[in-house]
Design a protein around this ligand. Structure first.
Ligand code: ADP
Ligand code: MG
Length: 280
């Protein structure tokens, strides 16, 4: 099996997976498939199984039941040439504190065999690291350490990028910088991000999957929905299509009401009520 990067190709396939740590069920009959180039955010409260899901994809934990395929392979048996196209940013800082940013990046790039210096400079520039390359990682703020780890991940030009809670302990400006980098430099990169905060529009997320208590509680798009109510002569019309809106206005209809619906808020509300009813 080779690497096939067609748009509709499934890159990540999780089929009815259950994961247990001793008696604790971390994931319960979870299924999802993620296509090439898709950007997916996994949200959910603490302990809902987000990190376990990523560990499953990395082959760090094995399913008790069900199956996982990454680029068609069992995660624990991915050949090295494909492993080199997968980049992971763990929740805990992993870059050694005593290294300078420049040296850390050069070690990572050597390991991955990445040499496109124009691309690498672009990554450093977008993440605001180009002028501080001789700083030691240990002297950086949490936000800048995260920028360094994300820079290293993007610099190797991955085909699959996994990020576990990249926004934890990160200031809001850095968060936008990270989102912009993942969007601008991550085009065509299948990206899975876990988070407990909603995606910003900068990130360009295609789909949100909400986990609660090891189950997929909700999955869908987070694009805002806008609807219009118009008064046309004696009748009222409700529409959500801008082109129809244009033609109705040309015919003399008047906008009476505009409604903006944020599906993500609905997800959070649903999770909140579910969590409350479980008493946790
Ligand atoms: P999240 O990342 O959403 O906070 P995790 O995947 O870390 O959730 O954890 C899911 C559940 O599995 C939690 O109940 C957690 O306590 C439990 N868990 C995670 N790792 C271990 C482990 N190594 N040993 C035992 N239980 C664990
Ligand atoms: Mg976690």
């Amino acid at each position: 099996m080779g690497m096939d990067f067609n748009k509709d190709k499934v890159v990540v396939e999780v089929n009815n997976v259950t994961v247990k740590y001793g008696k604790v069920i971390a994931l319960k009959n979870v299924s999802m498939s993620i296509c090439n180039g898709e950007k997916v955010m996994i949200i959910g409260p603490n302990g809902s199984g987000k990190t376990t899901l990523l560990k499953l994809l990395m082959g760090f934990v094995k399913p008790l039941k069900g199956s996982v395929r990454i680029f068609g392979y069992d995660p624990s048996k991915i050949p090295l040439n494909i492993r080199k196209r997968i980049a992971i940013v763990t929740e805990r800082a992993s870059a050694p504190m005593y290294l300078r940013i420049r040296d850390y990046l050069s070690i990572v790039l050597d390991v991955y065999g990445a040499r496109d210096s124009k691309w690498i400079n672009n990554v450093l520039n977008v993440l605001g690291l180009d002028r501080i390359l001789s700083r030691r990682i240990g002297s950086l703020s949490q936000g800048y350490r995260k920028r360094v780890e994300i820079a290293a991940a993007l610099a190797v030009k991955p085909k699959l990028l996994l990020l576990d809670e990249p926004y934890a302990n990160v200031d809001p400006v850095t968060r936008l910088v990270i989102d912009k980098a993942l969007n601008d430099l991550g085009e065509g990169v299948t990206t899975i991000i876990t988070s407990h905060v909603p995606p910003t529009p900068y990130l360009g997320i295609d789909r949100v999957i909400a986990l609660i208590d090891g189950n997929v509680a909700w999955s869908g798009s987070t694009t805002y929905r806008i609807s219009f109510t118009l008064r046309c002569v004696n009748t009222e019309v409700s529409i959500d299509n801008v082109r129809i809106l244009e033609s109705l206005i040309k015919e003399g209809c008047i906008i009476k009401e505009v409604k903006i619906e944020d599906p993500y808020l609905k997800v959070l509300e649903a999770l909140m009520y579910k969590t409350m009813s479980m008493g946790s």
